[in-house]
Ligand binder design. Structure first.
Ligand code: AHG
Ligand code: MN
Ligand code: MN
Ligand code: MN
Length: 333
């Protein structure tokens, strides 16, 4: 509604939430605590990232994570920092993280929330100074307060998120989130240690001229995906892909565009993870007026997860570009 337009740019994250400019459907105190916890961890990661090259925090730890990926030192550090901040904040009882197997209990049995998190997205870009991010989803727990978190708490549909967003450690560090009443972006001022509202009520253009996909394996893509990419070339659209989902997503949301991570025979569900990458960005893009599907006509937010780290083919972006892409029968059902 128009009343939310023209928010006082420059208000801090805390004031924005407390002044009920964010109609969080539960106790705003709990939301502001969770976002403060995430913001705090984000400030710390932001500092670690900018110092990584100076204090030998680049590179890998020499072990693989549950995904079979070479864990980077900053993956591990970011994971520890977010778990510690969310545990100390007291509102979150358990998390699912890309970097951990299973449901991580935070010893807050009275916490009423669950967080799914990709602590550091775009890890392959850490050592080459390209933007990276953090992606998070927040759910209300379904199991009784006081007891342990259960699988039903963390395997909820994306539609049931109560908040979701991302941090982008780019030329400036931003926190972008939604609680279901629009999307707001905050820019971090390191000299003051505060996030300030810089992008109120974000909306994505209904169309755009950017398509983002790693075409390396395109020989393996479904015919429909290859035909759609060919269409983009015939339209002389702009190809932009930096290999950090958060960076590619944020640019496309602001300018209009489509991001595709399709299935291949080797990875029939693509690469991106539903719980802590796709659901959060699908929630954000729909709040901003865009669309997100699995390329087989199913809305990402309608997918009912059955595994913590399950992957899904991911098509997300401006509504008109998504409709055009879907007309190419993207994936054999
Ligand atoms: P993460 O670093 O959290 O594992 O995520 C990496 C993801 C995403 O950030 C990026 O868009 C994609 O992997 C890049 O994959 P390709 O290198 O296969 O293009
Ligand atoms: Mn990873
Ligand atoms: Mn990721
Ligand atoms: Mn990651």
């Amino acid at each position: 509604d128009k009343s939310k337009l023209g928010q006082p740019v420059g208000t801090t994250l805390d004031r924005f939430i407390k002044n009920k400019q964010d109609e969080f459907s539960f106790a705003t105190g709990e939301l502001s605590q969770i976002l403060r916890d995430i913001g705090l961890a984000g400030k710390i990661i932001n500092r670690e990232i900018s110092r990584a090259g100076l204090v030998d925090l680049g590179g890998s730890v020499g072990e693989q994570n549950i995904q079979g990926e070479n864990q980077q030192k900053l993956d591990v550090i970011a994971n520890i920092r977010f778990k510690r901040a969310l545990r100390n904040g007291g509102e979150v009882c358990a998390i699912v993280s890309e970097e951990d197997d299973g449901i991580i209990d935070l010893n807050n049995p009275h916490g009423r929330y669950i967080v799914a998190i990709d602590p550091l997205d775009g890890s392959s870009n850490i050592d080459v100074n390209v933007s990276i991010g953090t992606i998070f989803s927040v759910y209300r727990r379904l199991s009784p307060v006081g007891g342990p978190a259960l699988r039903e708490d963390v395997l909820q549909k994306g539609d049931d998120q109560v908040a979701a967003g991302y941090l982008l450690y780019g030329s400036s560090t931003m926190l972008v989130y939604s609680t279901g009443h629009g999307v707001n972006g905050f820019t971090y001022d390191p000299s003051l240690g505060e996030f300030f509202l810089s992008h109120p009520n974000m909306k994505t253009p209904t169309t755009g001229s950017i398509y983002s996909i790693n075409e390396g394996p395109s020989q393996l893509f479904d015919d429909g995906v290859r035909q759609y990419i060919q269409h983009c070339k015939e339209q002389q659209l702009t190809a932009r892909y930096i290999g950090s989902l958060v960076g590619d997503f944020h640019r496309n949301m602001l300018k209009g565009g489509i991001y595709i991570y399709p299935a291949t025979p080797k990875a029939p569900n693509g690469k991106l993870r539903l719980l802590y990458e796709c659901n959060a960005l699908a929630y954000i893009i729909e709040q901003a007026g865009g669309k997100a599907t699995n390329g087989k006509g199913t809305r990402i937010l309608d997918l009912l997860p059955n595994e913590l780290h399950q992957r899904t083919p991911f098509f997300i972006g401006s509504s008109e570009m998504m409709e055009m892409a879907e007309s190419f029968n993207l994936a054999t059902a």
